[in-house]
Design a protein around this ligand. Structure first.
Ligand code: GLY
Length: 425
């Protein structure tokens, strides 16, 4: 099949890598891609958030299957335009993408369909925000309704800070239209984990479990980021736990979508908090794979991801073999110094080209400069992955590989996977 992957980050590099290993792939394309992806796929300039441009590009190339990586093109309706052109797509249309694109929609959806989530209020002015905050105590949870590039969720520690955050969104419009509705919700304590699943709307297949590390610094200190590292599978996640997630979250989500007349074919990412009493609370849905979770989940997955994606797009997911995780992968993000706040770009990157067995270097914020050198071009620059039969070896391989990669002001966490290693099964 002629396959197109839309996007150009570390997640898309891992997806392209998985398709490059798949027996269904005869030709591999990516838009816009990045220098790492360009070694595996033909990259095309273009904006995945422009549905008509993507339809024209894919039609012109004779693409048969499209995998949409990021959320923004899904919210913009790119999957709808491709399907209208008769192309198979993994990724929901704009109506299903509201599960991620509107927190007001997703919280209301969960409440309506009995999916466990914290209590919440939707506010459209400051007086409503103040009333919602007064019903709660610190730490407060305040979220923008719309997509805000990972910058729309706040955990203010005082009432005054929480009001200031609401004012910043509602009155100063710092997040644009994403902040026109504010979700004020109860804080949930516990252990957070990611569940990624493919669904064709009828069948749901869970990908290997993974755990992200969201804070910038070791020991879960520092600012919240898009994710500084992950590993898969998570040793303490067993079939009993996954059955609970399926019964209480995934199956009710599919039933809710069906009852509301929303077609959904693609990825469901459930960010789940496991509360101290063992009960679950869904923090958020996303409608795409996680980044950097994908960079470890796909190498750990024992099946042919291309075949799984094709079956998903055709509505035949029930027919596909599903071996789950057969290896262990651990990935560490190498970031630009300063990320997630201001950082500089343009530093030369060395050491990514060596072929080191059982390691992968997935590109995100990289580009070739006018001299053809690989340079930094974003906050999260690379995800370096070690693959093994166990977590300690995967960790060792990832960090040994990192030691050979350099760019100025590089920053990474040194404790990815440590909590799990200490905790054991
Ligand atoms: N790593 C978190 C996310 O992809 O949203």
């Amino acid at each position: 099949m002629k396959v197109m992957v839309l996007g150009g980050g570390g997640r898309e590099h891992a997806v392209v890598h998985a398709f490059s290993r798949s027996k269904i792939t005869t030709e591999l394309h990516c838009c816009p891609g990045n220098p790492g992806i360009a070694k595996l796929a033909l990259c095309h300039a273009g904006d995945p958030c422009d549905p008509k441009a993507m339809k024209d590009l894919c039609t012109w190339l004779g693409i048969e299957l499209v995998f949409v990586g990021p959320e923004a093109p899904l919210v913009a309706g790119t999957a709808d335009a491709l399907r209208e052109a008769g192309i198979l797509v993994v990724g929901p249309g704009a109506s299903g993408a509201r599960l991620e694109g509107s927190k007001a929609f997703s919280k209301t959806f969960m409440k309506k369909h009995g999916i466990p989530t914290s209590d919440f209020d939707l506010c459209t002015n400051l007086a409503e925000c103040e009333a919602a905050l007064k019903k709660r105590s610190a730490p407060y949870v305040v979220k923008a309704d719309g997509l805000a590039a990972g910058k729309g969720a706040f955990l203010p520690e005082t009432y005054d800070e929480a009001v200031a955050v609401c004012r910043m969104m509602l009155e100063e419009q710092k997040l644009g239209t994403a902040g026109n509705i504010i979700v004020v919700e109860d804080y949930v304590e516990g252990m957070e984990m990611t569940v990624l699943a493919l669904t064709d709307g009828k069948t749901v297949r869970i990908l290997p479990s993974s755990q992200d590390h969201k804070r910038a610094l070791d020991g879960d200190k520092g600012n919240n980021t898009g994710g500084m590292g992950a590993y898969s599978p998570v040793p303490w996640v067993d079939d009993v736990f996954m059955k609970k997630v399926t019964d209480e979250v995934l199956t009710p989500t599919l039933k809710g979508l069906e009852a509301d007349g929303i077609p959904f074919c693609g990825v469901i990412y459930a960010g789940i908090m496991i509360k101290p009493d063992g009960s679950l609370s869904v923090l958020e849905y996303n409608v795409r794979l996680g980044d950097p979770e994908t960079q470890v989940v796909l190498p750990a997955f024992g099946g042919d991801f291309g075949e799984a994606a094709l079956a998903c797009a055709k509505g035949e997911l029930c027919k596909v073999e599903w071996p789950g995780a057969v290896r262990t992968a651990l990935g560490v993000v190498m970031a630009s110094g300063g990320y997630p706040e201001a950082f500089e770009k343009g530093y030369v990157i060395t050491g990514t080209d060596e072929d080191v067995p059982n390691t992968f270097v997935y590109h995100a914020g990289t580009k070739l400069d006018d001299k053809g050198r690989l340079v930094t071009n974003g906050g999260r620059v690379l995800t370096v992955v070690g693959l093994a039969d166990d977590l300690p070896t995967a960790r060792e391989r990832a960090y040994a590989r990192i030691a050979g990669i350099h760019f100025e002001k590089e920053h990474h966490r040194n404790d990815i996977g440590d909590k799990s290693l200490k905790r054991g099964k």
